[in-house]
Design a protein around this ligand. Sequence first.
Ligand code: ZN
Length: 477
Amino acid sequence: MEFDLTKPYCFYFNELSKIPRGSRNEKAVSDYVVSFAKEQGLPYIQDAVYNVIIDKPGTPGYEDAPCVIMQAHLDMVCEKNNDSDHDFTKDPLDLYVDEEGWLHARGTTLGADDGMGVAYMMAILASKDIPHPPVSCVFTTMEEIGLLGASAITKDMVHGKRMINLDGGGETATTVSSAGGASAYMHCPLKFEENTKPAYVLKIRGLLGGHSGAEIHKERGNANKIAARILKEAQLYGLDITLVSFSGGLKYNAIPREADVCFVSSAAKEELEKSLAASAEKIKAELEFSDAGFKAVLETAEASQAIAKEISDRFLNFVFLMPDGFRHKSMAIEGLTAASLNCGVIRTDENEIVIEDLVRSALASHTDIMLEQLQVLSSLLGIELKVSDRYAGWAYSETSQMRDYLEEAVAEHGGILMKKASHGGLECGIFKGLEPEMDIITFGPIAQNSHTPQERLDLASFDRSYDILCDVLKKCR
Ligand SMILES: [Zn+2]
């Protein structure tokens, strides 16, 4: 299998590979797409964050068919092997084909995520002989760092109610649902008091963590919630506990694996150890089949100051009570989480403790209620809640004309369409938010190991998937 540059999608993929296009560095590739539109004589817009939209009328017989939005992202993840001296700000990717017909880039990510989608759209836009309805091709930016380009798209830029997102691989698979979400930040202002009591650090270790979309339903331990539970149980057991600092978790979109909580106590050390061991034993049993590496360690520490007792108690109560983890599952799609939140990060700054929570759900109402619960609990306990970066979800719909077309086209090529659902965020959700009637499919060829230097694209599938895509467009009358 060779990488045949006479095929238009291979040609454009190769051209794209010459242009560095890491997230936030998309101006050059965006300008390249604009110059392509000019060459083709097609109307385009390029917005302030370098998203580009190119429209093309339907071919003869399709002039009055409903417009189909095609969409792919221009940016790519820049990862390379340790021994590679590739400079992602100026070097072209070094493409090669292996013996089994996979396309790679030497030492780096390939950018098939999402160069394949961009190349397909350019091939369709440049085509003279492929029957298709009016198309509006949306090239977005900064997808890989939080769907930022798509988030800047406004309703007037959306030119249809049918959509093919070309950022999903598998050739015979399509996504049918994705999560929306919001970031909740909870601030607890601090006052400190002088301390003379013995100080300790409770360390939570050995947990698996994981992505807060993909892994939240796996009953893994949340280090922040576990630390709060152990200390609250010590208080309920009658022991004096006052916090000095609380820190756990590194990423707002992950399940926290470790936490360190410094506290002071007038209780005898043996009593503290006894209470901690009793809590840890229960938790260990609960996590036996999901997160068996869990351990809790108590170490002595030094602290000349502690958080004022009343504030410390309110904060500990808040973390102990705050809703967390898996909340709802889909009854339409087996194994799909419908709503969750993660208590991802807790950090102690000079004057406050901040909790970062990523709330996810396909239905807006589930995001609403989780935020409302955090709001009510915050106001009861004197914590300040700020919500930002809310984005829409894409809830599963039982009927979809576009999915039917894709199912037919895949079947005509001998395949069976698989339906996937994601509890992560996708650009599709943002378009669904802008146009609630949007009928969406995701599609793309077989590619593997995205976001790593082992990323590779199956060239035979690149050919077949293009044929399937053309067949789907042909059905869109
Ligand atoms: Zn992608």
